[in-house]
Design a protein around this ligand. Structure first.
Ligand code: OXD
Ligand code: MN
Length: 598
């Protein structure tokens, strides 16, 4: 029996316009005329709609229903093998002038880019459905929340947006008949790298993405709205959009401290945001507000308040297990869409680094037979889970709080085998901005020949800042003037190695010990000694009760090597030269001060 053509079985959303907003209706109509979809589906985010769309996705082979006994509510998706990650080379910031986008972004003049995209979109949805996806970035009613509407021809995008954002009627309600919203248009086209463009038009509050159907390229609320357009909106409106996790630390006495931390992609933000404290800290609690993005605004009391604009996690799967992140293992065991992991014969999922033995046989992320003897990886290294944050066993009770949480500490970090100590505290805000602006991370062993090469990734925002990075640093400096009680700024490095290549610090849950020092510093409870690079703990200031780490290793992880630091300052030149003409002079002075202290 042949399956019914799903789009001929119209679920409730077809044709039924769900908004009184004339601007949205006109734009949907115009876009339909351009892209010529067979029909338009207006989403309301209901459970009924979800079931209908999932059934349709399963019937058309977009999703595979996983073993519902083991993984209730979980589905499996394979992307086109040419479309497995964000593509920075195809990502454009289309400001009026090139200088506004700055030397670290790709730029094209808006008129030229619109012309190119309109050409690509003409008739692109013929034979397909255009879904109208309204969503909120942020909790309903928050002064920081923004509204987006994404028009897409991908049912995978609709179902993923439903997890990653507050999608549906809640957004139509907040939009009302005259609200402001970000326009997003997405068409997969023929999923061809030659026709792949992710374009941002900050002046028009608009994003257009074509030629991809993968993650950050197409879930337009995430990197495109929440970071690229968000950072430019933050500059104009006096707030900050950052590539940061947000977590709460609750002491045994019930004292809560909130921390936001920026690490580059794949450096453990998700793991850190939901870490489980080790035994001696069993009365401490870590709760997650967000794992990837923070929107932060000065509150009436002069402190910095943060919300997580997202409602789900889009995490890297390989390497996740009951040691690295037990909470992630739990949260992705239901209601999750897996992309590009391996599929076992009993419709379970597998990936490199999962607990237990590899399956004797399975299908790899491309759908080819795989056994442990295979040379290729079973799961793509950038395979992902999309799971609702509400599944997180340690979700912060404040995660839906419209006011956000007051941030006591900002942490920067990267993957550095040498030089950067386990932790240090910046002397003050301006020095902290310098520390964030110069942060870097080593390429991993996956890229042959580049191991140990440091890529500068200021504030982990290099691929995500929607305007000139020099102006972005100036905005950070300006924010200090809006804060009576600014957060303290720290830098951590969980990845320092001994001369013989061992990690000096055990990481994972043990990072709680460093976090406690940070909390105690914010509360003025522990000493620190002054070094050329910042305030640092002595090894005895870190609680090492029952810690399985040789004292010499801890001492080495906390040591400073002045020769290495002199080299580090020279290495920072890469970025400083690139941004030279736009760099705030405060950062030049910070650099001079560091050199003289060294
Ligand atoms: C992400 C990233 O997907 O940073 O979060 O690449
Ligand atoms: Mn990220």
């Amino acid at each position: 029996m042949t399956k019914p053509t799903p789009h001929l079985v119209p679920p409730a959303g077809f044709g039924t316009i769900k908004t009184a907003h004339a601007g949205v209706r006109d734009w949907v109509e115009e876009t339909a005329q351009l892209c010529t979809p067979d029909q338009i589906f207006w989403c309301d985010g209901s459970e009924e709609e979800k079931e209908q769309l999932i059934q349709q996705a399963v019937d058309t082979g977009v999703l595979i229903r996983l073993n519902q006994k083991k993984l209730p509510g979980c589905y499996y998706h394979r992307s086109n093998p040419n479309d497995v990650a964000r593509v920075e080379e195809c990502t454009f910031i289309c400001t009026h002038t090139e200088a506004e986008a700055g030397p670290t972004n790709h730029w094209m003049a808006p008129a030229k880019m619109y012309e190119k995209l309109l050409g690509l979109c003409r008739g692109a949805m013929k034979g397909r459905t255009m879904y109208v996806v309204p969503y909120l970035m942020g909790p309903p009613g928050s002064p920081l929340t923004k509204i987006g509407v994404e028009l897409t021809d991908s049912i995978y995008v609709v179902l993923s947006m439903r997890i990653m954002t507050r999608m549906g009627q809640v957004a139509w309600d907040q939009l009302g008949s005259d609200g402001i919203y970000t326009k997003g248009l997405h068409s997969m086209l023929d999923v061809n790298p030659a026709r792949r463009i992710i374009a941002h038009f900050p002046q028009d509050n608009t994003i257009i993405s074509v030629g991809s159907n993968y993650g950050g390229n197409v879930l337009l609320g995430k990197k495109c709205l929440a970071l690229r357009l968000g950072s430019a909106l933050g500059r104009d409106e006096g707030w900050m959009a950052e590539h940061m996790l947000i977590l709460g630390v609750e002491s045994p006495k019930g004292e809560k401290t909130f921390v936001a931390a920026a690490f580059p992609s794949s450096c453990g933000k998700t793991n850190f945001s939901m870490l489980i404290p080790p035994k001696p800290f069993k009365d401490w609690k870590i709760t997650t507000v967000g794992d990837d993005i923070a929107w932060m605004k000065p509150g009436p009391d002069g402190r910095l308040y943060a919300i997580n604009p997202e409602a789900g996690y889009f995490g890297v799967v390989p390497g996740t297990n009951y040691k690295s992140n037990p909470n992630a293992m739990t949260l992705m065991s239901r209601d999750t869409i897996y992309t590009n992991v391996a599929l076992t014969p009993d419709l379970d999922v597998w990936w490199e680094g999962k607990d237990g033995e590899p399956p004797a046989e399975c299908l790899d992320w491309k759908g080819n037979p795989w056994t442990p003897a295979s040379k290729e990886k079973a799961a793509h290294p950038n395979s992902r889970f999309a799971a609702p944050m509400y599944n997180n066993p340690v979700l912060a009770p404040e995660a839906d709080n419209p006011e956000g949480v007051p941030i006591n500490a900002l942490i920067f970090g990267g993957r550095r085998a040498t030089t950067l100590p386990l932790v240090f505290q910046a002397f003050n805000w301006i020095h902290g901005v310098y520390v964030g602006a110069t942060m870097g991370s080593e390429m991993t062993a996956a890229a042959a020949g580049t191991v140990g090469q440091v890529r500068r990734d200021p504030m982990a925002m290099l691929p995500f800042c929607g305007y000139n990075m020099g102006d972005y640093f100036a905005h950070w400096l300006k924010m200090r003037k809006l804060l009576k009680n600014p957060p303290k700024i720290f830098h951590v490095n969980w990845f320092r190695k001994s001369k013989d290549g061992r990690f000096l610090w055990p990481g994972y849950g043990e990072n709680m010990r460093v976090l406690k020092w940070i909390v105690d510093r914010c509360r003025g409870r522990v000493p620190a000694y002054e070094t050329p690079v910042g305030w640092m703990p002595e090894p005895q200031d870190i609680d090492t009760t029952d810690l399985n780490c040789p004292p010499d290793d801890l001492a080495e992880a906390l040591s400073l090597n002045i020769e290495e630091w002199k080299r580090e300052v020279l290495l920072q030149d890469d970025l400083f030269i690139q941004l030279y003409s736009d760099l705030p002079k405060e950062l030049m002075f910070q650099r001079e001060l560091l050199i003289s202290r060294l």
